[in-house]
Write a protein that binds this ligand. Structure first.
Ligand code: DAT
Ligand code: MG
Length: 139
Protein backbone atom coordinates (compact mmCIF):
# COMPACT_ATOMS: atom_id res chain seq x y z
CA UNK A 1 0.00 0.00 0.00
CA UNK A 2 1.09 3.49 -0.77
CA UNK A 3 -1.39 5.78 0.95
CA UNK A 4 -1.19 9.29 -0.45
CA UNK A 5 -3.11 12.55 -0.41
CA UNK A 6 -3.89 14.75 -3.40
CA UNK A 7 -5.47 18.15 -3.97
CA UNK A 8 -8.51 18.26 -6.22
CA UNK A 9 -10.47 21.27 -7.44
CA UNK A 10 -13.86 21.29 -9.10
CA UNK A 11 -13.37 24.34 -11.31
CA UNK A 12 -15.97 27.11 -11.80
CA UNK A 13 -17.41 25.38 -14.89
CA UNK A 14 -18.04 22.23 -12.85
CA UNK A 15 -19.82 24.20 -10.12
CA UNK A 16 -21.89 26.27 -12.60
CA UNK A 17 -22.93 23.11 -14.43
CA UNK A 18 -24.06 21.43 -11.18
CA UNK A 19 -21.51 18.64 -11.52
CA UNK A 20 -20.06 18.79 -7.98
CA UNK A 21 -22.13 15.82 -6.82
CA UNK A 22 -21.39 13.79 -9.94
CA UNK A 23 -17.64 14.42 -9.62
CA UNK A 24 -17.52 13.68 -5.87
CA UNK A 25 -19.62 10.59 -6.52
CA UNK A 26 -17.07 9.26 -9.02
CA UNK A 27 -14.29 9.89 -6.49
CA UNK A 28 -16.16 8.12 -3.69
CA UNK A 29 -17.34 5.27 -5.91
CA UNK A 30 -13.71 4.62 -6.80
CA UNK A 31 -13.07 4.27 -3.06
CA UNK A 32 -11.06 7.36 -2.25
CA UNK A 33 -11.68 9.17 1.03
CA UNK A 34 -12.58 12.85 0.95
CA UNK A 35 -10.69 14.14 4.01
CA UNK A 36 -11.04 17.92 3.45
CA UNK A 37 -13.73 19.78 1.51
CA UNK A 38 -14.71 23.42 1.06
CA UNK A 39 -16.22 25.87 -1.42
CA UNK A 40 -14.67 29.26 -2.08
CA UNK A 41 -14.12 31.84 -4.80
CA UNK A 42 -10.33 31.92 -5.08
CA UNK A 43 -8.32 35.14 -4.95
CA UNK A 44 -5.74 36.03 -7.58
CA UNK A 45 -3.07 35.54 -4.89
CA UNK A 46 -4.02 31.91 -4.25
CA UNK A 47 -4.21 31.19 -8.00
CA UNK A 48 -0.83 32.77 -8.69
CA UNK A 49 0.67 30.36 -6.16
CA UNK A 50 -1.33 27.41 -7.43
CA UNK A 51 -0.44 27.98 -11.09
CA UNK A 52 3.10 29.34 -10.58
CA UNK A 53 4.53 26.67 -12.92
CA UNK A 54 2.47 28.11 -15.80
CA UNK A 55 3.37 31.79 -15.30
CA UNK A 56 4.42 33.36 -18.60
CA UNK A 57 2.59 30.85 -20.78
CA UNK A 58 -0.01 32.26 -23.20
CA UNK A 59 -2.89 30.56 -21.40
CA UNK A 60 -1.82 31.68 -17.91
CA UNK A 61 -3.81 34.92 -17.58
CA UNK A 62 -7.05 33.52 -19.12
CA UNK A 63 -6.67 30.52 -16.81
CA UNK A 64 -6.31 32.68 -13.69
CA UNK A 65 -9.23 34.91 -14.78
CA UNK A 66 -11.42 31.90 -15.40
CA UNK A 67 -10.57 30.34 -12.05
CA UNK A 68 -11.53 33.63 -10.30
CA UNK A 69 -14.88 33.77 -12.12
CA UNK A 70 -16.88 31.92 -9.48
CA UNK A 71 -16.81 29.42 -6.67
CA UNK A 72 -14.70 26.28 -6.81
CA UNK A 73 -14.76 23.21 -4.60
CA UNK A 74 -11.41 22.28 -3.09
CA UNK A 75 -10.87 18.81 -1.68
CA UNK A 76 -8.13 16.64 -0.29
CA UNK A 77 -8.46 12.98 -1.22
CA UNK A 78 -6.72 10.11 0.48
CA UNK A 79 -6.13 6.63 -0.84
CA UNK A 80 -3.74 4.11 -2.30
CA UNK A 81 -1.87 5.80 -5.19
CA UNK A 82 -4.57 8.48 -5.29
CA UNK A 83 -2.38 11.07 -7.07
CA UNK A 84 -2.10 8.94 -10.19
CA UNK A 85 -5.55 7.48 -9.61
CA UNK A 86 -7.36 10.79 -9.63
CA UNK A 87 -5.47 11.95 -12.74
CA UNK A 88 -6.69 8.76 -14.34
CA UNK A 89 -10.29 9.41 -13.26
CA UNK A 90 -10.05 12.98 -14.58
CA UNK A 91 -8.70 12.11 -18.02
CA UNK A 92 -6.26 14.02 -20.16
CA UNK A 93 -6.21 17.85 -20.13
CA UNK A 94 -8.26 18.50 -23.29
CA UNK A 95 -11.85 17.30 -22.87
CA UNK A 96 -12.13 16.42 -26.57
CA UNK A 97 -9.14 14.09 -26.30
CA UNK A 98 -10.02 12.70 -22.86
CA UNK A 99 -11.16 9.07 -22.93
CA UNK A 100 -14.80 8.15 -22.43
CA UNK A 101 -15.26 6.93 -18.86
CA UNK A 102 -13.24 9.83 -17.44
CA UNK A 103 -14.65 12.99 -15.86
CA UNK A 104 -13.35 15.22 -18.65
CA UNK A 105 -14.14 12.67 -21.36
CA UNK A 106 -17.72 12.08 -20.24
CA UNK A 107 -18.71 15.51 -18.95
CA UNK A 108 -16.40 18.03 -20.61
CA UNK A 109 -15.99 19.41 -24.08
CA UNK A 110 -13.84 22.11 -25.62
CA UNK A 111 -15.56 25.47 -25.89
CA UNK A 112 -13.49 27.00 -28.66
CA UNK A 113 -10.05 27.65 -27.22
CA UNK A 114 -11.18 27.48 -23.62
CA UNK A 115 -9.27 24.35 -22.68
CA UNK A 116 -9.10 25.73 -19.13
CA UNK A 117 -12.78 24.79 -18.76
CA UNK A 118 -11.99 21.15 -18.14
CA UNK A 119 -13.96 20.73 -14.90
CA UNK A 120 -11.28 19.55 -12.50
CA UNK A 121 -7.72 19.94 -11.29
CA UNK A 122 -5.67 17.20 -9.68
CA UNK A 123 -2.10 17.38 -8.36
CA UNK A 124 0.42 15.76 -10.72
CA UNK A 125 3.06 14.51 -8.23
CA UNK A 126 3.64 14.08 -4.50
CA UNK A 127 5.64 17.33 -4.46
CA UNK A 128 2.77 19.20 -6.18
CA UNK A 129 0.23 17.61 -3.84
CA UNK A 130 2.11 18.78 -0.72
CA UNK A 131 2.56 22.26 -2.13
CA UNK A 132 -1.05 22.58 -3.32
CA UNK A 133 -2.61 21.21 -0.11
CA UNK A 134 -0.61 23.89 1.75
CA UNK A 135 -1.93 26.62 -0.57
CA UNK A 136 -5.60 25.62 -0.32
CA UNK A 137 -5.83 24.21 3.22
CA UNK A 138 -2.77 25.47 5.11
CA UNK A 139 -0.03 23.37 6.69
P1 DAT B 1 -3.71 19.55 -16.12
O1 DAT B 1 -4.87 20.35 -15.55
O2 DAT B 1 -4.22 18.40 -16.94
O3 DAT B 1 -2.70 19.15 -15.08
P2 DAT B 1 -1.77 21.55 -16.98
O4 DAT B 1 -1.25 21.52 -15.58
O5 DAT B 1 -0.82 21.35 -18.08
O6 DAT B 1 -2.97 20.48 -17.16
O7 DAT B 1 -2.50 22.93 -17.25
C1 DAT B 1 -3.26 23.56 -16.25
C2 DAT B 1 -4.55 24.05 -16.86
O8 DAT B 1 -4.27 25.05 -17.83
C3 DAT B 1 -5.31 22.98 -17.62
O9 DAT B 1 -6.20 22.26 -16.79
C4 DAT B 1 -6.03 23.75 -18.66
C5 DAT B 1 -5.11 24.92 -18.95
N1 DAT B 1 -4.29 24.68 -20.14
C6 DAT B 1 -3.25 23.82 -20.25
N2 DAT B 1 -2.71 23.84 -21.46
C7 DAT B 1 -3.44 24.75 -22.16
C8 DAT B 1 -3.39 25.26 -23.49
N3 DAT B 1 -2.48 24.82 -24.36
N4 DAT B 1 -4.29 26.20 -23.85
C9 DAT B 1 -5.22 26.64 -22.97
N5 DAT B 1 -5.32 26.22 -21.69
C10 DAT B 1 -4.44 25.29 -21.31
MG1 MG C 1 -1.46 20.38 -13.91
Amino acid sequence: MSTERTLVLVKPDGVKRHLVGEILSRIETKGYDVVELKMLTPTRQILEQHYAEHEGKPFYEPLVEFMMSGPVVAAVLEGNRVIEGFRSLAGTTEPTAAAPGTIRGDLGRDWGLKVQQNLVHGSDSSESAEREMGIWFGA
